[in-house]
Design a protein around this ligand. Sequence first.
Ligand SMILES: NC(=O)c1ccc[n+]([C@@H]2O[C@H](COP(=O)([O-])OP(=O)(O)OC[C@H]3O[C@@H](n4cnc5c(N)ncnc54)[C@H](OP(=O)(O)O)[C@@H]3O)[C@@H](O)[C@H]2O)c1
Length: 272
Amino acid sequence: MTKLNDKYTLKNGVEIPKIGFGTWQIAPQDAQQAVNNALELGYRHIDTALVYHNEKEVGLGFKQSKLKREDVFITSKLPAETKSYKQALVDFQTTLDNLQVDYVDLYLIHAPWPWSQKGANYDRQNQEVWRAMEEIYTSGKAKAIGVSNFNVHDLQNVLAVAKIPPMVNQIRYFIGHTQQEVTTFAQEHDILIEAYSPLATGSLLTNTQLQELAAKYQVSLAQLAIQFCIQNNVLPLPKAVQRAHAQANAQLNFKISSADMQWLNDFIASED
Ligand SMILES: NC(=O)c1ccc[n+]([C@@H]2O[C@H](COP(=O)([O-])OP(=O)(O)OC[C@H]3O[C@@H](n4cnc5c(N)ncnc54)[C@H](OP(=O)(O)O)[C@@H]3O)[C@@H](O)[C@H]2O)c1
């Protein structure tokens, strides 16, 4: 039912493949191969970040694929620690240099606060950084811009000053952890929710209740978890170094019934 070349359309009209390939915690020595595998398997959307320290290898994986630039959607992210206009422009150029591309398809503010100060108030700085994001967008070097790990307050803070509103919010999202408040707010504002860690970084996959439901559909729990995101109009970013995982995660020839979707949406995961 879901194919790797299916797309969502962002509010600015840019099309984005419905399943992305995550690259967090893929070591630099594995990243080129992993990205090349993913592209060979038909993925057309790769998610990286400056802080993953693998942008260069992600870029090499893309180059190795010999695919045309316009046929692959590449996302990267401004480090959460960067909270000034000037540094944002510098970091963005580093990302382009690392990836060896002229533009990214999507550029995100990685988080509303530096990781070491999770939850701290950076409202003013996020507004300043958003000005840099808008400039990058206007230059054509990012085809879309957005944020990550933003809650409703953080989104409202940026929306209050934005000439160009964020098109995406990438958040931690999986069965049992769907962050309803920010998800609903974003969807009401036509901001696409991307699901990072759609398999809860692997920990979801041992849940026996969910395994039973997956068995009913004769799919793996990973496939169920990815399809769940899509049926909620959310964009999953599964990560898989192992080629067999990456391949399986793209085979989504089934539909979860509305009754089961309701059960999954009400599910409380014991892991979280
Ligand atoms: N914006 C942010 O702050 C943020 C934060 C976290 C993540 N992200 C993005 O979201 C992506 C995904 O999140 P994540 O890296 O936390 O992990 P994830 O996709 O939730 O889970 C990945 C783990 O599941 C395993 N796996 C994948 N497919 C499988 C399958 N079919 N069967 C069994 N195991 C399977 C992987 O193993 P193998 O690798 O061994 O195949 C890996 O251990 C990241 O890579 C990154 O791009 C963004």
